[in-house]
Design a protein around this ligand. Structure first.
Ligand SMILES: Nc1nc2c(c(=O)[nH]1)N[C@H]1C(S)=C(S)[C@@H](COP(=O)(O)O)O[C@H]1N2
Ligand SMILES: [Mo]
Length: 406
């Protein structure tokens, strides 16, 4: 069985169960192509059009006629971002940015700020309701704080919320919250939340969330709101996140896990079999990827539902190969990820990204096998940890079947 079909099946299951977080339109949109698996190169860059979309909206804003897109600010020439205080709150800022009096942030103004503030970093986008990453690339933008400071924040500011274009229909609104301090400072080694306008050196397409989307480096995809239209300062102490209302844990930071590439499920005994795939590096980092090939005639380890005592074998993480990203016309690589002098990654693999792994080619005796993969995080803890609750990001030990023919 091909691992890609797991993800499609997962989607259909979600659809059939009417999972709370997904509208059927989202499931259909996400199901239109399989999640990309990077099969070569040293840093897994997904071309913009190969991302797997998770999107609400009927119609989708980037599919509207171009005149309408111009009217609503879905093209760079007419895009505007409003920054306001929450009308339901007592937050105070000195200079809101409003469409009504011509002070909203335009794309040109954003580019002006970008001249001194823009950064680029690698980041994987993964939906916390889906098993496979949606895509990985080099995102460029301006730290959100560098725009918010222009508004003169004063007091009663506990969160910012932000939402995208939603056809002026409150039911279609996709909204997220972030704590004020997450936006205004980054802990050492952490990346900033950015107002993002480029992926892999090209301006964002509408399908990818352009003209401007939020990118929240350590979070699952739902925090990275597309078609960004409005940011609000609020004194609310709790979030009213679209995904929270969809029965998800919104404090969901990226988890560490491994996935198989699209490996053949049937081989001949004379074939050398190379087990390989991708791994997501979550907030706990990644030390190792491991696999376990089990002849189905052998018993499963007793009383060990998460296979902690199985004879796992180490695979190798494919080293960084910067040739692809070196070719992108992008703002400086963020110093939390890359040394500004050598341009080399500070560690490999990098947190919040996708890497490749591969095992040495194997010769396997005829028979039926189960093949599994898992990760060991930077704290030496096997991931996934047995967590039966999927509201904060899927994370399972992937299994595939392998037949070796005589
Ligand atoms: N405006 C808007 N932004 C959105 C969404 C949406 O439906 N509308 N979906 C979110 C979810 S749930 C995910 S997982 C990511 C997916 O990003 P991608 O389509 O670029 O892969 O976008 C997020 N941003
Ligand atoms: Mo999502």
């Amino acid at each position: 069985m091909k691992p890609k079909s797991f993800s499609r099946r997962d989607l259909f299951k979600l659809g059939a169960a009417g999972a709370a977080a997904f509208t059927s339109a989202e499931v259909q949109a996400a199901g239109k192509k399989a999640g990309p698996v990077c099969e070569d190169g040293g840093c897994c860059i997904t071309p913009s059009g190969d991302f797997y979309n998770v999107e609400r909206g009927n119609p989708l804003p980037y599919k509207l006629p171009i005149e309408k897109q111009r009217e609503i600010g879905m093209v760079r020439e007419t895009w505007q971002l409003e920054i306001i205080t929450d009308p339901a709150s007592n937050s105070k800022i000195e200079r809101p940015m409003l469409r009504s009096n011509g002070t909203a942030l335009t794309f040109d103004k954003l580019m002006e700020i970008a001249k001194t503030k823009a950064v680029s970093y690698l980041k994987v986008i993964t939906c916390n309701n889906l098993a496979d990453p949606l895509g990985h690339g080099l995102w460029e933008g301006v730290p959100l704080r560098d725009v918010l400071w222009h508004c003169g924040p004063v007091e009663n500011l506990r969160h910012v919320w932000y939402h995208g274009h939603h056809n002026e229909d409150p039911k279609q609104m996709f909204k997220c919250y972030l704590p004020m301090n997450r936006v205004f400072e980054d802990s050492p080694g952490e990346l900033p939340v950015i107002l993002c306008y480029k992926l892999n050196g090209e301006f964002l397409t509408g399908e990818r969330g352009g003209p401007v989307r939020m990118i929240v480096p350590e979070a699952y995809g739902f925090k990275s709101v597309k078609w960004l239209q409005r940011v609000g300062f609020t004194n609310a102490h709790q979030s009213d996140d679209t995904y929270a209302n969809g029965n998800n844990d919104i404090n969901s930071w990226l988890k560490t896990f491994a996935r198989f590439a699209d490996l053949p499920g049937k081989i001949s005994v004379s074939d050398a079999y190379t087990i390989h795939g991708n791994a997501q590096i979550g907030i706990s980092g990644l030390k190792k990827v491991q696999f376990w090939l089990r002849d189905v005639r052998e018993p499963l380890p007793a009383n060990d539902p998460h296979f902690t005592k199985a004879p796992w074998q180490d695979a190798q993480i494919v080293p960084f190969d910067g040739t692809t990203i070196a070719g992108f016309k992008s703002a400086p690589l963020h110093p939390a990820q890359f040394d500004p002098v050598t341009k080399k990654p500070r560690e490999w693999p990098l947190r919040h990204t996708l890497c490749r792994w591969a095992a040495k080619p194997l010769k396997i005796a005829p028979g039926s096998y189960e093949l599994r993969c898992r990760t060991i995080d930077a704290n030496d803890i096997a991931q996934p940890m047995p967590r039966p609750f999927p509201k904060s990001g899927k994370n399972n030990i992937q299994k595939m079947l392998l037949e070796v023919m005589a």
